[in-house]
Design a protein around this ligand. Structure first.
Ligand code: PHE
Ligand code: ZN
Length: 891
């Protein structure tokens, strides 16, 4: 809980630690009542520190200190000072062994940070600052230590005892106890420490590295989940191979373990040699897991594995550098996923997420640069900006340098900083030194918040064949700086020039042709000034500019396209991402027309251009089915809200629905044909990109049909629900039934939901999808349904996955219900935040996000949202986490 005044921590105040801890020896005795932690630390003064008399100040929270001694001599009460967050010992030698004995109660720890119990097991979560809840320590990432850990527990209840590194000893003790000792030869900061004790089953495999070492791979789960580990294991082996091939990175320890736990605040954690995973990010089998779920497992397994180099071998100097490991690792896992499946689909999904949610974050009160200059609670900065925008920044470096130089830069970075705690400057310097490029202006991406806007204007001179493109950039106000204070960014703008028959060769005046593409149809412009004009020559016709191909920079780019130009890009450009993006733009324009009509109470007829473009796509059997499915997906309500100045909740919802319905009616024959051609094939289940694309196209066709007027549609959905052999088909059918407003639907949906629960009640992750399907139901009375479900045996507010599935899904994805004009949704969320604030501050702060966006709404909603925020702020015992988000939102 917060001190009187939560303190702000600033990057500019960084100082290196006064002490170092060379070795850390932990002895942890787990019993039902108290857990006793004895820590022996080899401490010495940091030779680099100025103050040679500095006291030793250790971090520690929520523990009872039983004993302290230095080099075997007890430290008297009068010689140390305890505060709620520190232990200070004033006079200490220059080098010594510090021994502390502490008692903690993991079974009462609902924050899921530090040592806690999840169902039948004990586990830990130490990033960012959880280790201080296990023992008194220098809990900061620039203190690296060699860890040895001994765990003692009841053998019958906790047969499996794990920690980082290698098992060095184990044995039986009296009274049914046993122990295991682990030693991690690699120095690491405390946030990478992990410990697990439980009755776990394991699947095992091996991986032979590029230098022919055999690594043992183990995934530990509850016995009932043993049948859901194969995909994670296969993904792990693919990731290990990929990191060798693409980055030259070999695994270092002889064993790599993953443990699945049900109660977890985030997706997973990269603890050295002992990754701890949310069950939702490791368990998968076709019957229980959607394609999206499979992809998430593959991506997260790879992400955590990649951290072994980008994060663990080279770690962060301080938490302001978080994106050093996270941005880089997200970039690495995104490229891995692109190589494993469909590159275009992966890119479109990532860009959608970024443009919808990260852009919204960048435009809201919690906006911060990729490297934040300050924070109150670091847990609040595990954000889309640090992760996803951070990854885009690394991607831009990759674009500017090219693959080869980028790889040389990454090699240099790992070579220079192996075993160290590094900074973002170190990373950029390695990239500069390896490539010879000056990235000094580029580093503004790390220090300036907000989404830059680029406006593009063009002109063509037929006589000379010269085409000119003028790009202007600016960046809106954000909490730390105004537009005027911001300096221009260095922005790679990848372009194409589209002619009547396809992509034209690009001759940029004053430059050599780009040899990366043999036909010279691809070019990366570098925008570095507030305004810049690029001239292209030898153009036989006026081209359509295809801008920001592959989404080459995280910006909003405006160009006044005609709808015909958009359909040309959609059908002819050779960049899949740009085709999808043009399609989105066209759909947005159409929905905007429909919103206009909705507001003025006029009927609206969908622009035939969109309907015909969709018809062409549906009829073209040569097209990549993944592409078709992506293009048929209308822009989400969340995206439409993000691009609006003032969110018109009802207009967005009903206009979008109307457009969807009209498209369904207009394209009924094509949709039915598509659906039928993809249904009932007796192919074995596969997670290949093609198979995933087929299912996604089939299910989007079904969704259109159910929301149209096809008389057979509900029967098709019901038929699919009953005969589905995989969760993608099953939950898609359930969701469309639940959301259908046709007369027969409610009774069918009710029955389907009941049957589904009966069938899957013992699979927690499936029950969570059942909660999501209902939380997302857009029919009236949504809040009542959610409140009823909170009383259901399947719900548990202490489990973050349940909170995200029910409360999170409702408040983030069900705008028409959550933002009901009566404000009941806001009051509901405030109530939940107040409850969660006490149980789990991290989850409480995260769930607050939809309320922080209040400035985007009409006056009446603004007032209601602020009232809810103010009620939270008035709570007497606010956590730092919630306090920071609420107070910054109200500023
Ligand atoms: N470091 C983890 C990851 O990105 C995320 C995480 C942060 C997990 C904090 C738990 C707590 O891989
Ligand atoms: Zn990470």
């Amino acid at each position: 809980m917060k001190d009187a005044q939560p303190k702000t921590i600033y990057l500019k105040d960084y100082r290196s630690p006064d002490f170092l801890i060379d070795k850390t020896d932990l002895h942890v005795v787990l019993t039902d009542d108290v857990t006793c932690v004895t820590a022996t630390l080899q401490v010495r003064r940091n030779p680099a520190t100025e103050n040679k008399q500095a006291p030793l100040v250790l971090n520690g929270q929520d523990m009872i200190l039983k004993d302290v001694s230095i080099d075997g001599c007890p430290v008297q009460n009068s010689q140390y000072v305890l505060s709620p967050e520190t232990l200070t010992i004033n006079e200490v030698p220059d080098a010594f062994a510090l021994k502390t004995v502490c008692e903690i109660k993991p079974q009462e720890n609902t924050s899921l940070e530090g040592l806690y119990r999840s169902r039948t097991m004990y586990c830990t979560q130490c990033e960012a600052e959880g280790f201080r809840k296990i023992t008194y320590y220098l809990d900061r990432p620039d203190v690296l230590s060699e860890f040895t850990t001994t765990i003692v527990a009841d053998k019958a209840q906790f047969p499996v005892l794990l920690s980082n590194g290698n098992l060095i000893d184990k044995g039986e003790l009296d009274n049914g106890q046993h122990f295991a000792s682990w030693h991690d030869p690699f120095k690491k900061p405390a946030y990478l420490f992990a410990l697990v004790a439980g009755d776990l089953s394991v699947i095992e495999d091996t991986f032979v590295t590029c230098s022919n070492r055999t690594i043992d791979l183990k995934i530990f789960v509850e016995e009932k989940d043993l049948d859901k580990c194969d995909h994670a294991m296969a993904s792990l082996k693919n990731a290990m191979r990929w990191d060798e091939e693409v980055y030259g990175r070999e695994y270092d320890l002889d064993i790599f373990m993953i443990v699945a736990v049900d109660d977890f605040n985030m997706g997973a954690m990269e603890n050295k040699g002992l990754n701890i995973f949310n069950t939702s990010c490791v368990l998968a089998k076709p019957e229980t897991t959607t394609d999206m779920g499979f992809q998430r497992v593959e991506g997260v397994v790879a992400h955590e594995y990649f951290h072994n180099w980008s994060g663990n071998r080279v770690t962060c100097r301080d938490w302001f550098q978080l994106s050093l490991k996270e941005g880089f690792t997200v970039f690495r896992d995104a490229e891995f996923s692109a190589d494993m499946g469909s590159r275009t689909v992966k890119r479109v999904e990532d860009v959608s997420l970024l443009r919808t949610l990260q852009f919204a974050e960048d435009a809201g009160p919690m906006a911060h640069p990729v490297r934040p200059p300050s924070f109150i609670e670091i847990s609040n900065f595990y954000t889309l900006t640090v992760y996803e925008k951070g990854a885009e920044v690394v991607r831009m470096i990759h674009t500017l340098l090219g693959a080869e130089k980028f790889r040389q830069g990454s090699d240099l970075y790992f070579e220079r900083h192996d075993g160290e705690a590094a900074t973002i400057e170190n990373f950029v310097a390695a990239m500069e030194d390896a490539s010879g490029r000056d990235l000094s202006q580029f580093t503004r991406w790390y220090s300036q918040a907000g989404t830059p806007r680029i406006t593009a204007k063009d002109s063509y001179d037929e006589a000379s064949g010269i085409y000119q493109l003028t790009l202007t950039q600016s960046c809106p106000d954000t909490p730390e700086a105004t537009t005027e204070e911001k300096q221009p960014f260095h922005i790679p703008v990848a372009i194409g020039l589209l002619g009547d028959a396809g992509n034209l060769a690009i001759h940029l005046q004053g430059t050599e042709p780009d040899h990366d593409t043999p036909d010279n149809t691809h070019k990366v412009l570098e925008l570095t000034q507030a305004e810049q004009t690029f001239s292209f020559e030898k153009l036989p016709e006026r081209p359509i500019p295809v801008l920001l191909r592959g989404f080459s920079a995280p910006v909003k780019l405006e160009f006044d396209y005609s709808r015909e130009q958009l359909t040309a890009i959609m059908s002819r450009d050779d960049d899949g991402y740009s085709r999808w993006d043009a399609c989105q733009k066209l759909a947005v324009a159409v929905i905007h027309d429909a919103m206009q009509a909705y507001r003025s109470g006029q009927p609206y007829i969908v622009d035939t251009l969109l309907a015909e473009a969709y018809r062409t796509i549906l009829n073209d059997s040569s097209l990549d089915q993944a592409m078709v499915a992506l293009m048929l997906q209308l822009p989400s309500e969340a995206y439409l809200s993000e691009i609006a100045d003032v969110v018109d909740v009802e207009a967005i919802h009903f206009a979008r629905q109307d457009v969807r319905k009209q498209l369904a009616v207009a394209l009924e024959a094509e949709l039915l044909h598509t659906y039928n051609s993809l249904t009932g094939k007796d192919k074995p289940f596969s997670t290949s990109a093609e198979a995933v694309a087929e299912r996604s196209l089939k299910n989007i066709a079904l969704s259109y049909l159910v929301h149209g007027e096809a008389s057979s549609a509900l029967a098709l959905a019901q038929q699919q629900l009953q005969s589905a052999t995989n969760m993608t088909d099953e939950i898609s059918a359930l969701s469309v039934l639940v959301n259908s407003d046709s007369e027969a639907a409610p009774a069918m949906a009710q029955q389907a939901l009941a049957d589904f629960f009966t069938r899957w009640q013992h699979e927690a992750l499936v029950v969570n999808q059942w909660l999501v399907a209902q939380a997302n139901c857009v029919l009236p009375e949504g809040l009542e349904r959610v409140k009823t479900l909170m009383q259901h045996e399947a719900f548990d507010i202490k489990n973050p996955n349940k909170v995200r599935s029910l409360i999170g899904a409702f408040c983030n994805n069900n705008a028409i219900n959550f933002h009901h004009a009566d404000g009941a949704g806001y009051e509901f969320l405030a109530d939940q935040i107040i409850t969660l604030n006490e149980l789990n501050p991290q989850i409480a702060a995260r769930q607050l996000t939809p309320l922080t966006k209040w400035r985007k709404y009409d006056e009446s909603r603004q007032a209601l949202m602020c009232k809810a925020l103010e009620r939270i702020l008035a709570e007497p015992a606010l956590s730092k986490d919630v306090y920071e988000v609420v107070s910054k939102s109200l500023k």
